[in-house]
Design a protein around this ligand. Structure first.
Ligand SMILES: C[S@@+](CC[C@H](N)C(=O)[O-])C[C@H]1O[C@@H](n2cnc3c(N)ncnc32)[C@H](O)[C@@H]1O
Length: 317
């Protein structure tokens, strides 16, 4: 069987890490978008997080997909063009490739080297499947390479990555997905549910310190790539559930009063001051179904695990 892989580089990160850091540290409430977590090391650390016992979403989501893969394929049909924005290690799609029999698979990610590696692994394990790996920032666009087969599309967006957007941004992103997959398109999306604060806080503060290392890795990038004189040792990881806003917040907290120098700019951080690095919004099924329908995506079916820890939704445009 012939193995086909094509790489399409849409040159993401129009705003460089350096300018994003300068913009983020210039705000009154300092914040850097989560997409800057993902260099090669960041992608590897995220894979480690997925192995931690406290971080329940990947295990539960995989079980939902595994247990319902035949029904999902009956509802979507086969031979679709399957695209996966933010594919990362592309492990979850493996549970669906045999039942879905896609005409081609398009993993998309901002972390280009990691994408090359995970796309090559898919081709090795599924040699019948044409793969078009697309290196892109999906907050700007979801491009479909000309060379990809013209078929009805199925977008796959697992991992509750939708929770990294504010609800307004999430609606905008879902609208962009709908535009990309029309006509006849479907979206299979994994979304974390609202649940006890204890479970949520434990999930983002794993005992092995992997989420902390992932968060702090951003400072290594800021030091090594953006050439700021920042010492990661001077910060600590903080993650907590903000009940009022329905989201986990991740912060890097300054352990001391310190000044960072970057490209001729000076940024003062007081002891205890935060750089906000990520949100992860949680949605009840009712909330998420309403959000998706605002973006013109309507529920076909959804599946939850027995404890309602996580939900997978199949939506159509
Ligand atoms: C939380 S991980 C989820 C990975 C995988 N989908 C899963 O469920 O395990 C998020 C993935 O999205 C990618 N990513 C984050 N922001 C992105 C962006 N703006 N454009 C493209 N990829 C992005 C990251 O590199 C990472 O691989």
């Amino acid at each position: 069987m012939s193995k086909t892989i094509t790489f399409h580089d849409y040159q993401p990160q129009i705003q460089s890490l350096k300018s994003a850091v300068i913009a983020g540290l210039s705000k009154a409430d300092k914040a850097i978008p989560p997409k800057y977590f993902y260099d090669q090391r960041g992608s590897e650390l995220f894979s480690e997080i997925c192995e931690q016992p406290e971080y329940y979403p990947p295990t539960v989501e995989r079980a939902i997909l595994r247990n319902n893969s035949e029904e999902i394929s009956e509802l979507t049909g086969t031979d679709r063009l399957v695209l996966e924005p933010g594919a990362g290690s592309a492990t979850k799609i493996r549970l669906l490739l045999e039942p879905l029999q896609p005409s081609a698979y398009l993993p998309m990610d901002i972390s280009c080297e990691y994408l090359r590696y995970s796309a090559a692994e898919i081709v090795d394990d599924f040699p019948w499947l044409p793969v078009h790996a697309v290196c892109v920032d999906f907050t700007h666009s979801i491009p479909l390479p000309e060379a990809a087969p013209k078929r009805h599309k199925l977008a796959f967006f697992p991992g509750s990555s939708i929770g990294n957007f504010t609800p307004k941004e999430a609606c905008h992103f879902l609208d962009m997905v709908r535009e990309t997959i029309k006509p006849g398109g479907m979206l299979l999306i994994g979304v974390d549910t609202k649940k006890s604060t204890d479970i949520l806080n434990a999930a983002y503060n794993d005992a092995a310190g992997m989420t902390a290392a992932f968060n702090l890795n951003l400072l290594h990038r800021i030091r090594d790539e953006a050439e700021a004189d920042c010492d990661p040792e001077n910060f600590e990881h903080q993650a907590f559930y903000n009940q009022e806003r329905g989201r986990i917040e991740m912060h890097l907290i300054s352990r001391c009063r310190q000044t960072l120098h970057l490209n001729g700019n000076e940024f003062l951080l007081e002891k205890g001051e935060s750089i906000h690095t990520e949100n992860s919004y949680k949605y009840s099924p009712e909330e998420f179904i309403a959000l998706a329908s605002q973006a013109g995506l309507h529920l076909v079916k959804h599946w939850l695990d027995e404890e309602a820890l996580f939900a997978v939704y199949l939506l159509k445009s």
